[in-house]
Design a protein around this ligand. Structure first.
Ligand code: F6P
Length: 337
């Protein structure tokens, strides 16, 4: 093993919160303490580094958070940190605190900020190693097949939609449900498969309203269905607009539900707790082995430490095979007998 360098690390959560952030913080802190490192919690993401907003953490500080949604460290999106001057202030805090490593838990923007900080540190002769842990309910980080919070958010959306289905079925109605995913349709697709949606609209597939909505409702009706569940990813557009168009083109009167931020809350699922624990542990081990500037990702079920710059340039092809399965399984063909 390489010579141990890192002595004191910071941990922060940044960007949109996700269930699993707390278990990841816990894993980082406990692994650090158990390996002789000191650990400082930076509050409110990168803005905490700019504003000296921190707290020392020890093993008991992270007791009883593994089951909690949200993040005990708070989170924020910092505009100031995007500028050189903002990062200069952040580096001054790192110096003050004696930080030589940072574990940043969040999404793509969080990691780009981390890399910029580490590079700026190098320019002034500071050795600041950063490691990222992917966490966003959108599952849209290219280098990782899984991001913390996705599973819990899927389960939350499924629970809500199952309830909606009860009332839609009773009244023989059409439900248009908007799920989160500003740029990505993973949540909509997985949830759509899991609730047996009539149609799922995702930003990765150009919308053909006749093919993707009207025809599916007509076929479902021909197959004997009297209620319809249309799942719309936020990135496609407003569920209200989709419902209005269904009203105009199919002649039915859909009800709209926007699930919104409820999808970001709740106790993390088993998958999110377990994955967060492994990611957090590997992140600190990576720093201990002088493997900084890494993103700790999930690839084919394995935890891997990727070079941060390479990881941020990776492309991920959308899972269109799942979209085909969704279509194949939905009741949009007339019964044969
Ligand atoms: O966490 C990701 C995400 O949920 C997106 O799907 C959504 O568009 C966005 O965050 C909204 O976040 P906020 O309301 O915090 O700006």
């Amino acid at each position: 093993m390489a010579e141990k360098r890192v002595k004191r690390i910071g941990v922060l959560t940044s960007g949109g919160d996700a269930p699993g952030m707390n278990p990841a913080v816990r894993a980082v802190v406990r692994t650090a303490i158990n390996n002789g490192l000191e650990c400082i919690g930076i509050r409110r993401g990168w803005s905490g580094l700019i504003n000296n907003d921190f707290l020392p953490l020890n093993a008991p500080s992270v007791s009883h958070i593994i089951n909690k949604g949200g993040t005990m460290l708070y989170t924020a999106r910092s505009k100031e940190f995007m500028d050189h001057a903002g990062r200069e202030k952040a580096l001054a805090t790192c110096k003050l605190l004696g930080l030589d490593g940072i574990v940043a838990i969040g999404g793509d923007g969080t990691f780009r900020g981390a890399l910029a900080l580490s590079r700026q540190a190098a320019e002034v002769g500071m050795d600041l190693q950063v490691v990222g842990i992917p966490a966003t309910i959108d599952n849209d980080i290219n280098c990782s097949h899984y991001t913390l919070g996705f599973d819990t958010a899927c389960n939350t959306a499924i629970e809500c939609i199952d309830k909606l289905r009860d009332t839609m079925q009773s009244h023989e109605r059409c439900s248009v449900v908007e799920v989160m995913g500003r740029h990505a349709g993973y949540l909509a697709l997985y949830v759509g498969i899991a609730v047996g949606a009539t149609a799922v609209l995702i930003p990765e597939r150009e919308l053909d309203f006749e093919r993707d909505v009207v025809e599916k409702i007509r076929r479902a009706r021909l197959a004997g269905t009297t209620h319809y569940m249309i799942v719309v990813a936020e990135g496609v557009g407003s569920a209200v607009d989709i419902a209005n168009r269904i009203h105009e083109e199919v002649g039915i009167d859909p009800r709209v539900t926007v699930l919104g931020h409820i999808q970001r809350g709740g106790s993390p699922s088993a998958r999110d707790r377990e994955t967060a624990s492994r990611l957090g542990h590997t992140a600190v081990m990576s720093l201990l082995e002088n493997q900084g500037n890494r993103i700790i990702a999930v690839q084919d079920g394995h935890i891997v430490a990727l070079d941060m710059e390479e990881a941020l340039n990776m492309k991920k092809s959308f899972q269109m095979d799942r979209y085909k399965i969704l279509e194949e399984l939905s009741l949009t063909k007339p019964p044969m007998f």
